[in-house]
Design a protein around this ligand. Structure first.
Ligand code: GLN
Ligand code: ZN
Length: 744
């Protein structure tokens, strides 16, 4: 039995990866020094792997993204980057003015660079990127290290042509063109000494696998010794998959039981290696090693050669829990980040193979999960189990609520508002940091935040906005802010994970029952409201987003956790109402992206996700509930969005506005107010009055005036004041002009 490991985070123990990239981009590090730095980071990673595993990736340390590495290595370089000149072109493709499109990698929070086909491109191998990295492993004698590449099928399924995903026909045509280049690439690595390859094919788990194309590609690669890795889900074409002419196949046995059922039913070919993904690569909890051993033994009854592996790349876990000092001991003990996952694999192997020293250790991991669960809170459990259908409904239907709300708020037609945050300038960040590090007493910090709130309220009044916000200056992150204030969450100090490029984030860890010990936002929102006669919109993050952007607790359904968070948010809604707040926005940017990879699981996800939102939003009839969504395509889920039963929604649709408007035509039951995002906040360009007027016009063609709001498409925190002020001034002007058209 061997251990296969992959996906060890590239960030490095001291976040060297980030600083190397950023110093290089800023011109503070010469290319040669950058390469030396990356090489030593790679050596550190390889020796971590070598400590625990027999087989691990040699070419994994991408300088930006593995999909980009493959694009440049098979010559898929769009014309605008020609002639391709090494690293500078590589980073132009990654982050230049006309960079490749970036989008979410499967159901993770990582973003990859989308391969871009142009008709004129003839793929050709350019193996330098891979050879250079393979060389690091070889020169340093890492014998278990084999080249690791994204597979050709995943590459094609995630590629685009002229902004659209490839049709099956296009995939076939481009597959034929890609194959020779891919072969050349593997051939060059073979020549350099590679005796096997790890080929990542997570797209094998997607709906509607194009089995003939997969067969074509892998028969074309049959001469190479390949180990295919699939992960994030089970595969839907098990029988055909195990017939592919490859040496080994990796399957995910953690995300659900379908792979295991298929294997037990149909068996596994004797001439291939099963790489059993049994240690959870997606979540942060330690495994019960004795239970895992039983599982592996069950598989062994049907498999001749079995190696063990994580169920998915470890890249979306923090590197190690070792430096965490503030996490409660019982939680810390049960945590397992990427490095600890490697140690778990090692222990599992020793235990299965009868190593006497492993027994005590393995049994201790079983004991970890006996006894009272972490962060147990009886009242919260009871509260969730007592929920009835009535708890997921507002007392009064929308068409009656809207009358009460209009009477309460007295807003003009086409009301204007923003999404919540205003520019987070250096001084704000410095302020929060000083407070966090104890250099600024709480009273002083709060006073400074109040000043900021007062300024931004005055600012919005002067601009003539109709529904104001408090600006979110006290929040560094919309999920972390709430996680810090809710029971049942742990926050890491060093648990950074790459989001894309050199960008990192820390996801909170939910370990116990989630409940709200005390109000979280009332002080700031009520203060803002006290300064103005216009309505101030209370700003909360929704339960689905908080859950999707955190690590979920062990042994609990997501549905139950979502309801616990929802109840905590509902408590906050009620306190905001008591404090006189009449408009409350519950942000759900991650609502769509939390949907499972397979369409057949969507109905179940949206069932509880919609209910969680409704539970959180169970406000008084006269309270106007807003939601906000972004970063996703919403066309296919309008029905579920509507079922959330908010009063107003703002949707980011800058890139797909046209189609979204079309979609409303086909959804006649839509009766809620909506702000379509009249300008794209992701661009520093200042939108003209005319451009925004035309968005308002387009919306008016399909929706009645009474339903239309005017707002930017997302929060303004990443923009500068010099951009925000003229943009909002123009926006208010566009709304005012549009109102005149009605009167005339
Ligand atoms: N209210 C949040 C903000 O304005 C929403 C952020 C988001 O949609 N991602 O920053
Ligand atoms: Zn947004």
């Amino acid at each position: 039995m061997q251990i296969v490991a992959y996906g060890l985070p590239r960030l490095g123990e001291k976040r060297q990866y980030k600083s190397l990239l950023e110093r290089f981009w800023a011109g503070k590090l010469a290319e040669a020094d950058f390469l030396v730095g990356m090489e030593s980071l790679e050596k550190e990673r390889l020796s971590t792997y070598a400590t625990y595993a027999e087989v691990y990736p040699a070419t994994e340390l991408s300088f930006y993204d593995s999909m980009l590495d493959l694009s440049v290595s098979v010559g898929l370089i769009p014309n605008r980057f020609q002639p391709y000149q090494g690293l500078s072109s590589y980073f132009q493709m990654a982050r230049g003015a006309q960079a490749l499109e970036m989008t979410k990698w499967f159901n993770t929070n990582y973003h990859y660079l989308v391969p871009e086909w142009e008709d004129t491109i003839v793929p050709q191998a350019a193996p330098e990127v891979f050879l250079q990295k393979y060389n690091i492993a070889q020169v340093n004698g890492f014998r278990g290290a084999i080249p690791s590449l994204i597979g050709p099928y995943t590459f094609l399924r995630l590629a685009k042509h002229a902004g659209h995903p490839l049709s099956v026909e296009q995939m076939e045509i481009y597959g034929e063109k890609l194959l020779p280049a891919y072969r050349q690439l593997l051939f060059a690595l073979s020549q350099a000494g590679a005796s096997a390859f790890l080929i990542h094919e997570p797209a094998f788990v997607l709906d509607d696998p194009i089995v003939p194309l997969i067969g074509y590609l892998y028969h074309g690669l049959a001469e190479f010794p390949l180990y295919i890795l699939t992960y994030y889900e089970s595969v839907d074409f098990y029988n055909r998959l195990v017939e592919l002419p490859v040496r080994g196949i990796g399957l995910d046995f953690v995300s659900n039981t379908a792979n295991k059922e298929a294997l037990l039913q149909y068996g596994f070919p004797e001439d291939k290696v099963l790489i059993a993904g049994v240690i959870d690569g997606r979540n942060v909890w330690r495994a019960d090693i004795t239970a895992k051993a039983k599982e592996v033994e069950g598989l062994l009854s049907r498999v001749r050669t079995l190696w063990i592996a994580p169920s998915a790349p470890l890249s979306f876990l923090p590197l190690t829990k070792a430096p965490e000092k503030k996490i409660p001991q019982p939680v810390w003990e049960r945590l397992s980040f990427a490095k600890e996952k490697l140690a778990e694999l090692h222990l599992l192997k020793r235990y299965i193979t009868g190593d006497a020293t492993a027994k005590v250790e393995a049994e201790a991991t079983a004991a970890l999960w006996q006894g009272e669960p972490m962060g147990f809170h009886e009242p919260t459990r009871k509260r969730v189990s007592a929920l009835t259908d009535a708890d997921f409904r507002r007392d009064v239907p929308y068409h009656e609520r809207v009358r009460l709300q209009n009477a309460e708020l007295n807003l003009p037609l086409l009301p204007t508002t923003t999404i919540g945050s205003f520019p987070q300038t250096e001084d704000i960040r410095a302020l929060r940091k000083a407070y966090r590090e104890g250099q600024l007493p709480e009273s002083e910090y709060k006073a400074r935040i109040r000043e900021k709130i007062a300024e931004v309220v005055r600012y919005q009044e002067q601009l003539g906005l109709d529904v104001l916000v408090h600006g979110e200056f006290e929040r560094s992150d919309m999920v972390e802010f709430f996680a810090e204030r809710l029971a049942g969450f742990a926050i890491t100090e060093q648990g950074w994970v790459l989001s894309y490029g050199s960008r990192v984030y820390r996801a909170p860890i939910i370990y116990g029952e989630v409940w709200r010990p005390e109000p979280m936002t009332v002080e700031e929102i009520a203060y803002a409201q006290s300064l103005t006669s216009k309505p101030v919109k209370g700003m909360l993050t929704g339960p689905v987003t908080i859950l999707n952007w955190s690590y979920a607790p062990p042994n609990k359904s997501k549905e139950e956790v979502a309801y616990q968070i929802a109840l905590a948010i509902q408590d906050e809604v009620k306190d905001l109402e008591k404090a006189g707040i009449k408009v409350i926005q519950i942000d759900e940017p991650a609502f769509r992206e939390g949907a499972p990879l397979k369409q057949r699981d969507w109905a179940e996800y949206f069932r509880w996700a919609v209910r969680a939102f409704r539970l959180a939003a169970r406000a008084l009839p006269r309270t106007q509930i807003h939601s906000h969504m972004c970063y996703s395509e919403f066309e296919s889920i309008l029905q579920h969005i509507w079922e959330m039963d908010f009063d107003v929604v703002s949707i980011e649709a800058s890139r797909s506005k046209g189609t979204l408007v079309e979609e409303f035509k086909r959804f006649p039951q839509w009766d809620r107010q909506i702000g379509l995002g009249v300008y794209d906040i992701h661009s520093p360009a200042i939108p003209s009055v005319e451009a925004m007027a035309s968005v308002i016009d387009a919306a008016r063609k399909v929706l009645p005036d009474q339903l239309i709001w005017v707002n930017p498409d997302c929060g303004l925190k990443t923009r500068r004041w010099e951009e925000v002020t003229p943009a909002l001034r123009n926006m208010v002007q566009a709304a005012q002009a549009a109102r005149q058209v009605v009167k005339a």
